[in-house]
Design a binder for this molecule. Sequence first.
Ligand SMILES: [Zn+2]
Length: 146
Amino acid sequence: MSEAIKYGPAKLLPGDQLHITASADTEPFWEAAREQRLTACQCADCGHFRMPPTPVCPECSSFRKAWPTLPGTGTVFSFAICNRNPVTGEPYVYVPVVVDLDGAPGARLISNVTGCDADDVEIGMKVSVEWTPINEGWILPNFRKV
Ligand SMILES: [Zn+2]
């Protein structure tokens, strides 16, 4: 029987290594993030949430979108533990998570979590948004264990 691996603190990816590419469909999300406001794409006609944002609502085919301000909290739906920096290849522990966003039923955001050991992340864990400056003046939403 082997010892369980201990990964230690879950770090956020270094902001100076991160770049985003915004499109017409995703730019409102990133503009809101720049104001440290968490949002998700919602159909302005039927209210269906969809992340990632797409041009057309899959429920009612509307092109109209809304970007409501969400509470900034959520629940870990899924996660992985990574132990290499994806840019440098050096040992680096970070935890990509899929978060069910409070206030936006059906909307999930892929992000990273911190504020605990990677070993302690679990499905169903409550998290709260925090903001990380990245390149080109954008701000990335990450999550912290509450
Ligand atoms: Zn719709």
